[in-house]
Design a binder for this molecule. Structure first.
Ligand code: ZN
Length: 156
């Protein structure tokens, strides 16, 4: 350890080994003979070292909160709206179900077909259901017949 003191003649700051305390030396700056003071708390360089180690501890303390976890969480949160955007906003769509398309031989599937479709898209996606009438020529009889159906507007 070193003793830090000032030359009483020229005020030059000097640093000598603590073992030299009490010895007389010529000041390296002004050449006058000076007596090296005994080591004490005010001039020991050890005291300065203790200060710097305390500063080092403080630096470590500041380093502790640094963590990658909050960054990961932010990335996951940012992905959620991206996933939603991938599906895109639901668009308005139209499905027309004609009675004639649901008739099988000896069997009328119209109600079942409409029910099945409404169940598939879900109640919340239904915008409107409009009854329609349409005309068609029956193949066998060549007569013009009128039939019905529904026009379903939905989001999907
Ligand atoms: Zn001096």
């Amino acid at each position: 350890m070193d003793i830090v003191f000032k030359c009483p003649a020229c005020q030059q700051q000097l640093e000598v080994d603590a073992d030299a305390a009490g010895h007389q030396i010529p000041c390296p700056a002004c050449g006058k003979s000076i007596t090296i003071p005994p080591a004490d708390a005010s001039n020991m360089k050890v005291g300065i070292a203790a200060h710097s180690s305390a500063a080092a501890k403080e630096e470590k303390h500041f380093a502790v909160p640094v963590s990658e976890r909050p960054v990961e969480a932010l990335i996951k949160k940012a992905l959620t709206p991206l996933d939603a955007a991938k599906d895109g906003p639901k668009r308005l769509r139209v499905r027309t179900i004609r009675h004639i398309d649901c008739k099988e031989v000896g069997h009328d599937n119209f109600d079942a077909a409409v029910t099945e479709f409404l169940t598939k898209i879900g109640e919340d996606s239904i915008v409107s259901i409009t009854p329609i009438n349409y005309s068609y020529v029956e193949m066998g009889t060549q007569k013009l017949l009128t039939d019905f159906g529904v026009l379903i507007v939905y989001k999907g």
